[in-house]
Design a protein around this ligand. Structure first.
Ligand SMILES: Cc1cc2nc3c(=O)[nH]c(=O)nc-3n(C[C@H](O)[C@H](O)[C@H](O)COP(=O)(O)O)c2cc1C
Length: 296
């Protein structure tokens, strides 16, 4: 997730889990414009390998030649798969006709997947779509475009681009995609609790489940472990430590990332007035001290 799941975050998250509970994760999207992305950008996004849990590199763009050239470079990194983003609804992305903008052009999606597939060697390629742009009438067509391009897997975020990140979800759209293709489908959207993982699989027939925001709210959602408040704050503290150890972000700069994580934390772990106080804290040393205290 862009702006959140950087390598430091992933290192802390993956350390909590076994591959049986958490089968994979991806980098934040890497934007591909009109030329191959330099290898150092790809490796920076991936970070070092810290867990047996596979990490894929997510690419987003609309230029199939540049995407294919980037994919060839990805196959020389430690990425375990390539994921193509056809779901990002951000305005800048749409203006660049990438991400969710391509949901209006299934033929382009197929062409991009095919180009990336052809240049990725033995690396598996997956693609992530939303259920549609304005409406979900064509979710089968979009799923088939991904399959026809040769993807090894498909993730369906069940909201349309128009629905953004609305609370309401319609998982029957995932079931429709599952029925339309032979490749494994990963369902996404509106999983709020551990029990929802089994429920989504049962209701839609999807093989895998992807969890976005609820995993930031509760990093243990994949295993169903009931973490305490102190454990949740130790997670935040560990994230700060790893960022510092890797010097990816200087201490005075990392408070933005830490606050973003705190803004997502489940209400079970902190009262709303405490969350507000942490989010408004301007002094990074005081912020760190408050997190240390909560982690004890
Ligand atoms: C802050 C934020 C950043 C995101 N960045 C990405 C991204 O880089 N790539 C991607 O495929 N999806 C991204 N997403 C979408 C999520 O992966 C997921 O599809 C969406 O939040 C729906 O799942 P959820 O209801 O479990 O949160 C992002 C979502 C949020 C809220």
């Amino acid at each position: 997730m862009e702006g959140v799941t950087d390598p430091a975050f992933r290192a802390v998250m993956l350390a909590l889990h076994e591959p049986e509970n958490l089968g994979g994760s991806t980098t934040e999207f890497v934007r591909v414009v009109d030329h191959a992305v330099p290898r150092h950008i790809l490796t920076e996004n991936l970070g070092p390998v810290v867990s047996p849990i596979p990490v894929g590199l997510q690419l987003m763009g609309n230029d199939s030649v540049a995407l294919a050239a980037t994919a060839a470079r990805v196959s020389e990194t430690n990425a375990r798969f390539i994921d193509l983003n056809f779901g990002c609804p951000a305005k800048g992305t749409l203006r660049g006709c990438a991400g969710a903008a391509l949901l209006k052009e299934p033929a382009t999606i197929e062409r991009i997947v095919a180009a990336v597939r052809a240049s990725s060697g033995s690396l598996p390629v997956s693609a992530k779509i939303r259920a549609g742009y304005e409406h979900a009438r064509d979710v089968e067509q979009l799923a088939r475009a991904v399959e026809a391009g040769g993807a090894d897997g498909l993730t369906v975020h069940c909201r349309t681009r128009a629905e953004g990140y609305a609370d309401a979800v319609d998982w029957s759209r995932i079931a429709r995609a599952v029925s339309a293709v032979q490749i494994p489908v990963c369902g996404n959207g509106g999983v709020l609790a551990h029990a929802d993982i089994a429920r989504m699989r049962a209701e839609t027939g999807c093989r895998y489940v992807m969890i976005g925001r609820a995993a930031l709210a509760n990093p243990w959602i994949f295993s169903g472990y009931n973490a305490t408040r102190a454990e949740a704050f130790r997670f935040v503290r560990r994230y700060m430590q790893v960022m510092e150890e890797r010097s990816a972000v200087a201490r005075r700069h990392f408070s933005g990332r830490v606050k973003q994580l705190i803004s997502f934390l489940h209400p079970n772990f902190l009262a709303e007035d405490e969350r507000a106080a942490l989010l408004h804290e301007q002094d990074v040393e005081v912020l760190v001290a408050k997190i240390e205290a909560a982690a004890r």
